[in-house]
Design a protein around this ligand. Structure first.
Ligand SMILES: [Zn+2]
Length: 382
């Protein structure tokens, strides 16, 4: 493996990370993951254990731990970016970082290669120091396509060796501390009817009408689900967002599919939503045996809610001089919380810049991120 020059500065490191095209789909995070692992191993930090974890062809995560002491700090993020689609719409090539007007432009500059660069640069401060508590870095693949890299790590038990009392995910948050966000659940309800000539509807089962019955019956269930209010995140919301059904204007539709988007608070999560959907379907099928519907989960992310007085919240607030708040998007942070590490979101760049043409992060925020992560390492691990 080629050696990574440690003389490269923070912005140089961010540029090198941006130069890897890690668009997901398809992902292809392997080369970038190996670069991250090489950078970390070249630091020769005390008690280093660095793993490039491949879970599919050209798809890899990095899990690194340093020191063998008591639980310390976890720095986490993702390697993949969303696809560019049309590079000609950009003012400069998306995979060549370009600094102008105090901003670093490039795909992933905000989400979240500059955050990852700041974490790597901060970890280099532990070089030659004795770690009193452990320091870990997890860089995942496929965050943008449903956390498939992180799912593989959890499924295979690869994160068991991470023991941390404080965790930070470096997603774009303009260096303000995020301690809560809603979760998400996207599911599809498939209504199975029976096609027939529209001249005699009694010969068929109209799946669109069954979908209509379901939507009517869903009303009280949606109200029950939104009855509980979280002081930070509001209420769980279930919304029908897409519908398709039927094949021809004169045919009784044999199939209809409805997509439901749910935004979840911790107290009323995906289990509660799925239970309500099942209850509605069961009640309708008891009334009418020709009513058939099946729920399929397409996408699910848990909600984040770290207590205001948690050590990681207080530390992050004091190092950034900001008050913690909530985010309008989902992250991998709740997964780390579920594994026992209270984890906040704190990173450079704005979510308004994520996923768009001419994505950028403010250079001063990238530098501030490195300083804050460095201070965190000093406070928690050294
Ligand atoms: Zn992201």
């Amino acid at each position: 493996m080629p050696s990574v020059s440690l003389s490269v500065d923070l912005l140089g490191l961010a540029s090198l990370l941006i130069a890897f095209n890690t668009e997901a789909p398809p992902g292809n995070e392997g080369p970038c993951a190996r670069f991250v692992a090489n950078y970390l191993s070249d630091l020769h930090i005390d008690g280093a254990d660095i793993e490039v974890h491949s879970f599919a062809r050209d798809r890899s995560n990095v899990v690194a731990t340093f020191g063998s002491g008591a639980p310390g700090l976890l720095l986490a993020g993702h390697i993949d970016v969303v696809p560019v689609k049309d590079a000609s719409a950009w003012s400069s090539p998306p995979y060549e970082a370009n600094i102008r007007g105090g901003r670093m432009y490039g795909r992933g500059s905000a989400d979240m290669k500059s955050g990852l660069a700041a974490m790597l640069a901060a970890i280099s401060s532990a070089k030659g120091r004795k770690l009193k508590r452990s320091l870990s870095l997890v860089a995942t693949a496929g965050e943008e396509v449903g956390f498939d890299g992180l799912d593989a790590l959890v499924r295979e038990g690869r994160l068991k060796r991470i023991k941390a009392r404080c965790g930070v995910v470096g997603e774009p948050a303009e260096m303000k501390v995020v301690r809560a966000h809603r979760g998400g659940l996207t599911c599809q309800v498939a209504f199975e009817g029976r096609s027939a000539h529209a001249g005699d509807p009694s010969l068929g089962v109209n799946s669109i009408e069954n979908c209509g019955r379901f939507l009517t019956a869903l009303g009280p269930a949606r109200r029950r689900l939104s009855a509980t209010r979280d002081p930070d995140l509001g209420r769980t919301i279930v919304t029908p967002t897409m519908i398709s059904g039927g094949t021809k204007s004169n045919v009784i539709p044999g199939a209809c599919e409805l997509t439901l988007d749910s935004r979840l608070i911790p107290a009323v999560g995906s289990k509660a939503v799925l239970k309500e959907l099942d209850t509605v379907i069961l009640a309708l099928s008891r009334k009418d045996r020709s009513f058939k519907a099946k729920v399929q989960v397409l996408y699910e992310t848990p909600a984040l809610s770290v207590p205001r007085d948690a050590e990681v919240v207080r530390l992050s607030e004091s190092l950034t001089g900001s008050t913690s708040g909530v985010a309008p998007y989902g992250t991998e942070a709740p997964v780390y919380c579920g594994l026992g590490t209270p984890t906040v979101v704190l990173g450079p760049g704005s979510v308004r810049q994520a996923h768009i043409v001419d994505e950028y992060a403010q250079v001063r925020q990238i530098k501030s991120a490195e300083r804050v992560y460095r201070r965190m390492i000093e406070t928690v691990c050294l």
